[in-house]
Design a protein around this ligand. Structure first.
Ligand code: NAP
Length: 496
């Protein structure tokens, strides 16, 4: 089936996301000849600028941030001729009149079939207004073609605000028109979790409590908050990383096989995982969750400031820059298998991975030469980024006259096997939304359950006395409590 022509309207077009991700991704698709044509892209923001100035800014953005470089001028000119700009505040009803007139004119000239994709890339406080005004102005209406909306993260900042946003969105758009983006799901390595599990016969029989001892999911960042201090003060690690990206990874690891690889079955199974997570009792938050905040320290030999000294951060901030959680998925497959999640800023390195730790052998045949604590159980590591790939660790005989066992690793690296740069997550996700495939987007009920599940932790951390922050040095693996937390259960965090 040929792809549909379209008009894309980006709210927040003078912002960082549009410049660094959205337009470079659209350009990448165009260069790769997969962007459906004809198309028009209309940027909307309050800053006044002409179509020409907007095109020039986007050319600079593509030159700086795009995967495909540099834009050959005649190809760029063809792409740029489809870029337009419409100035106005999303709060102003008149903006939607002007936008409607521009859309009508361009749709007629360009023959986009009336297909409209709206993209909310403004500060999140504006999403409700944009959706509501799209509704009252009628711009969302499906007349000749389809109409869809992509909503950037964060989707709410707690259960109540996410429910309210879902409610407002549902007054204007049907669920199948709504695309809640989580760019992690567009990463090749994240999509590969399902391929690895469901396109290979040998792993699935092992993928359960009979063979898996526990699972660790780590999203470690070496960066601090950079210029995003104001945003991060309101968010923290739990909202910024765990509620969305890390819970999505957990769902992909823990879900049952969907009946088909389509949006509804895949998203049904992911929501079922969240519903099976053992509820966190408000009195037991300290037993399942640890938080931290970095103080000054050293990274790569450089002295770096503590969180409280970062720009736009309060000198007595209580915001967590590290969070670790232990969750249980109470179902037949995973009963008794803990899932340890951790994320933090200013950790020693940037690394995202999922580690599946298998049980050891039921009987130690080589005990005489290998005391039990010297035989490591098998470990499977899915490296999400960087150094994308996966590694399976197993015991092998060390060459020599005795039976001595050493752990060795079978390593698959994306770069070495497939070469080239993988497409950007936003390329895949934008193309999917244009094709009407929401498989890699979060559904409303998933977002709701994710917030609901974390509410006791958010509430406990939001009130009461904060622990003695800062409680870890920049350049270390988080507060000592995070180690004690898993060691209590006879396990250890992986040293990455
Ligand atoms: N940047 C990223 O890498 C990234 C990654 C993931 C998710 N996101 C999400 O994407 C959204 C946009 O992020 P961003 O980094 O692009 O933000 P940004 O640089 O602050 O840009 C926001 C856009 O909204 C407009 N805007 C700002 N304040 C406004 C206001 N009070 N009223 C009306 N318009 C306003 C700005 O343009 P005018 O001032 O000209 O109107 C600008 O075009 C956020 O929700 C963010 O969480 C961003």
């Amino acid at each position: 089936m040929p792809d549909d022509p379209f008009a894309l309207v980006i709210f927040g077009a003078s912002g960082d996301l549009t410049k660094r991700k959205l337009v470079p991704a659209l350009w990448g698709l165009f260069q790769g000849r997969v962007l459906p044509e004809p198309f028009v892209i209309i940027g909307v923001a309050r800053s006044e600028m002409s179509h020409e100035v907007f095109r020039e800014r986007m050319r600079e953005a593509v030159a700086e941030f795009a995967r495909v470089q540099p834009p050959a001028s005649h190809v760029w000119d063809r792409f740029a001729s489809s870029l337009y700009y419409c100035a106005g505040s999303p709060a102003d009803p008149l903006l939607y009149e002007r936008l409607g007139a521009l859309l009508k004119e361009l749709e007629k000239d360009t023959d986009t079939g009336g297909n409209r994709l709206f993209y909310c890339a403004t500060p999140p406080s504006l999403y409700p207004q944009i959706v509501t005004r799209l509704g009252t102005s009628g711009l969302h209406r499906e007349k000749a073609g389809w109409s869809r909306i992509i909503i950037e993260k964060p989707f709410g900042r707690d259960l109540a605000s996410a429910r309210e946003l879902n409610r407002i969105v549902s007054l204007v758009f049907r669920e199948d028109q709504v695309y809640r983006i989580d760019h992690y799901l567009g990463k090749e390595t994240v999509q590969n979790i399902l391929v690895f599990r469901f396109a290979n016969g040998i792993f699935e029989p092992l993928w359960n409590r009979n063979h898996v001892n526990h699972v660790q999911i780590t999203v470690a960042e070496s960066l601090g908050v950079e210029a995003r201090g104001a945003y991060y003060e309101e968010a923290g690690a739990l909202r910024d990383m765990i509620q969305n990206h890390i819970l999505q990874l957990l769902c992909l690891v823990a879900m049952e096989p969907p009946v088909t690889f389509d949006a509804s079955p895949v998203r049904d199974e992911k929501t079922k995982v969240l519903r099976a997570i053992r509820p966190i009792h408000p009195d037991q938050v300290d037993q399942v969750a640890v938080r931290g905040q970095y103080g000054p320290g050293f990274l790569d030999g450089q002295r770096v400031p503590g969180y409280r000294s970062e720009p736009a951060v309060s000198p007595d901030s209580r915001t967590e820059t590290f969070a670790a959680l232990r969750l249980h998925v109470d179902n037949f497959r995973w009963a008794g298998v803990p899932f340890y999640l951790r994320t933090g800023k200013r950790l020693p390195k940037r690394a995202s991975e999922i580690a599946i730790q298998f049980w050891g052998t039921p009987h130690l045949l080589f005990r005489r030469t290998n005391p039990s604590d010297r035989i490591e159980p098998n470990l499977l590591v899915l490296r999400i980024q960087p150094d994308e790939g996966m590694a399976l660790t197993f015991g092998a005989k060390l060459p020599g006259p005795e039976i001595n066992i050493r752990s060795v690793t079978m390593d698959f690296r994306y770069g070495a096997s497939f070469g080239g740069e993988p497409p950007e997550a936003y390329e895949r996700l934008l193309l999917d939304a244009l094709r009407g495939d929401a498989t890699l987007y979060a559904r409303g009920d998933w977002v709701d359950v994710a917030w609901e599940m974390l509410t006791p932790v958010l509430e406990a951390w939001g009130e009461g006395l904060a622990p003695k922050f800062p409680n870890y040095e920049a350049g270390t693996w988080g507060p000592p409590e995070a180690d004690a937390f898993v060691e209590r259960e006879g396990r250890q965090w992986r040293r990455l």
